[in-house]
Design a protein around this ligand. Structure first.
Ligand SMILES: Cc1cc2nc3c(=O)[nH]c(=O)nc-3n(C[C@H](O)[C@H](O)[C@H](O)COP(=O)(O)O)c2cc1C
Length: 380
């Protein structure tokens, strides 16, 4: 097949997974699960459409890991029980039947939890985080939230051990359900990122203070997950600087942070890194007159880790994605909103079809599949 976008459609590889091209669907929470956290038939069809549309890798929405404090959103799916994991087998099979791989994103909401059907009986009824610091911003309305976030209580060492174990158990369940790998959600302001971020982590134990300590929970989780799934199963980690509730944060140690964080991932022997920025090519750290074209976060991740990197953020047109891949800034490109607007994006590009522009109305008033269906029906 000839295409102007040869880098996009070149086969790829992550761990032992062979990928038919370099295009992934970014993880996107769609708050469409049953009340008990199991996945539904419309969710199966939703994920399968991306495989039919030619994406070689699909990363699931963030799945909560345990029945303690990890759930973040009402109608969020979980992978905290065998029943929840089993409910994903039909989705996994539907995606595999169309030639794509599917990775389970494991997510712990921490202090950004807007809803948790399990925690009301627990000691942290308002939720927990690394420290008792009220999150910035307001809860997300299209995920059923309203008002400010409650002040979390600070996690005890036992809470941290339980959360780490939750990731390991969830990863084992993902493997049993047939997923091709797991992605540890270390980005966007959720629990792990709360540890990494200096203003949400004010601990004075081994999990707080310098960068090495703030990164510790990532390494403990990677280690526990690896032990739970064995050496062959794909394990990736997602990183960002900005957060759902803070679009301005940048790693205070800048380049030094990138080198330490991504270098630690090389040593931890994860299979891939996934970076997300508002625009995937933007210089990771404040550009100034001496460095107006500094490297992107994806480029730094590749340089410091030597691992395959999935880059995400702001891609709607194939030209940009092609350039990033051809320049060697990343190995895969993950599309979020462009995939929502164009579930068949890879095929549309191959067949030279016009691409639709993403419209936030699609996720309104609730970011679930039902509202999106209604939006598309009205647009037809
Ligand atoms: C509806 C929606 C839900 C999202 N849910 C998640 C999620 O569960 N986990 C995650 O890591 N990122 C999540 N994101 C962020 C996306 O993965 C992606 O980083 C973001 O949309 C920017 O990429 P884009 O410019 O290609 O859309 C979500 C984004 C959207 C639009």
């Amino acid at each position: 097949m000839t295409t102007a976008f040869s880098a996009l459609f070149e086969p790829g590889r992550i761990g032992h997974l062979n990928l038919r091209n370099r295009l992934a669907v970014a993880p996107m929470t769609r708050v469409s699960a049953n009340d008990d956290g199991t996945a539904t038939v419309p969710m199966r069809d939703y994920y399968q459409q991306y495989a039919k549309g030619g994406f070689s890798m699909i990363i699931s929405e963030g799945l909560y890991t345990d029945q303690l404090y990890s759930q973040c959103y009402q109608q969020q799916p979980g992978i905290s029980s065998p029943e929840q994991a089993d409910s994903w087998s039909a989705i996994v099979d539907a995606v595999h039947a169309k030639g794509s791989v599917i990775i389970a994103q494991l997510m712990h909401g921490g202090a950004l939890s807007q809803f948790n059907k399990y925690r009301s009986e627990g000691p942290h009824s308002a939720g927990y985080g690394p420290s008792a610091v009220q999150p910035l911003g307001e809860q997300m309305k299209n995920y059923y939230g309203s008002g400010t976030y409650p002040v979390p209580t600070a996690m005890t060492p036992q809470d941290i051990r339980d959360a780490v174990q939750g990731f390991a158990d969830a990863a084992a369940r993902a493997k049993s359900a047939g997923f091709d790998g797991v992605e540890i959600h270390g980005a966007n302001g959720y629990l792990l990122d709360q540890f990494l971020t200096n203003y949400t982590n004010q601990r004075d134990d081994k999990y707080g203070g310098d960068l090495k300590n703030r990164l510790r929970i990532y390494l403990e989780i990677i280690d526990a997950v690896r032990k739970a799934v064995g050496p062959e199963f794909v394990v990736g980690v997602r990183f960002s600087q900005t957060k759902v509730n803070d679009s301005r944060y940048s790693w205070p140690e800048q380049l030094e942070a990138a080198e330490e964080i991504f270098g630690a991932m090389r040593i931890a022997e994860v299979d891939y890194l996934h970076t997300t920025e508002p625009l995937l090519t933007r210089p990771a750290f404040q550009a100034d007159s001496t460095a107006p074209d500094g490297p992107s976060l994806a480029t730094l991740a590749k340089q410091a880790s030597g691992l395959p990197v999935i880059a995400n953020g702001g891609v709607s047109k194939p030209e940009l994605a092609e350039t990033v891949l051809a320049d060697g800034q990343a190995d895969l490109i993950a599309l979020g909103t462009a995939a929502l607007a164009n579930p068949l994006w890879p095929q549309s590009v191959l067949n030279n079809k016009a691409l639709k522009t993403f419209d936030y109305a699609m996720l309104s008033p609730i970011a679930n599949l039902e509202c999106a269906d209604r939006y598309f029906a009205a647009a037809d």
